[in-house]
Design a protein around this ligand. Structure first.
Ligand code: MG
Length: 279
């Protein structure tokens, strides 16, 4: 648009892609009839900024050796990953209508056989350890690709994350970034009531990471932190993205009831009507 700064044009595009991620997540979950809603919707802006601003990828060459690696460790958010991969051109959006169908590569959790998916996840707590391996692999091969892992907040209760945190800092893996989709809600309730994480930033700093906190729905803040990576020399970066579980659907926001739920025609229609009103 004439008169618009380059930055504002970028941000407008990302807001639009995030809306499409939500719409396409609902489309996939409607096709499945049920599924993980809340954690897909909370990650929409983060995924939009990663795929349409930060990650160096080639959708027509998914196995390009120098591509940046992205691991969705919170694998139950796969409807949103499938959405963004389709929007980025890894496959046709029509395949979202086969989400969770028999023999489909798009399931409730990411499948490494699907174009653009770097790791089968959903058994929680494993993504960051594999991300450490990918980042170390880049160093050993003298390649400059970057590795980004998205973790759920409930997932941080898994001890394996903290082993990976120690290893990454010990090896000074500045080519590794972890982003926590901090929506404050997990499968069975609020994270603070199940096993609290705070003070989260202090813990990761104590483990040797560079830490920054952002609003995970503000595409400007997301772009700024991604452009600043690595946040400090010789340290892995940890981004705490404050988000709302179920973002964009009034009935699904900030409640564990929509971690995983049935998606009927009525629910789908209401969700899309709300997205339309927000646009
Ligand atoms: Mg959560």
């Amino acid at each position: 648009m004439p008169g618009m700064s380059n930055r504002e044009a970028v941000l407008q595009r990302l807001r639009s892609e995030a809306r499409d991620i939500r719409r396409n997540s609902w489309r996939a979950l409607r096709a499945a009839g049920a599924g993980h809603v809340g954690g897909a919707l909370s990650a929409a802006e983060l995924l939009a900024a990663l795929y349409f601003h930060y990650l160096r990828i080639r959708p027509d060459e998914p196995d390009w050796p120098d591509r940046d690696r992205f691991v969705l460790s919170k694998g139950h958010g796969n409807a949103a990953l499938a959405a963004v991969l389709a929007q980025a051109g890894f496959f046709e959006e029509s395949r979202l209508d086969e989400f969770y169908a028999y023999e489909s590569l798009l399931g409730m959790h990411p499948d490494i056989k699907c174009e653009g998916v770097e790791m089968s996840t959903g058994g929680l707590g494993h993504g960051l350890s594999v991300g450490v391996g990918m980042a170390l692999g880049a160093r050993l091969q003298k390649k400059d690709f970057r590795t980004v892992v998205m973790i759920g907040d409930g997932e941080l209760q898994e001890g394996s994350n903290w082993e990976a945190a120690m290893a990454a800092a010990h090896m000074s893996l500045s080519n590794l970034t972890a982003i926590v989709d901090y929506n404050k809600v997990q499968q069975s309730g609020h994270v603070r009531d199940r096993m609290a994480l705070e003070p989260l930033a202090d813990k990761w700093r104590a483990f040797g990471w560079a830490v920054r906190e952002i609003d995970g729905h503000d595409v400007g803040e997301i772009v700024d932190v991604l452009d600043a990576l690595p946040l400090e020399q010789d340290k892995p970066s940890f981004v705490i993205a404050h988000t709302v579980k179920g973002k964009g659907a009034s009935f699904a926001e900030d409640t564990y009831l929509w971690h995983n739920n049935a998606v009927t025609d009525e629910v789908y229609a209401q969700a899309l009507a709300e997205l339309e009103a927000q646009a």
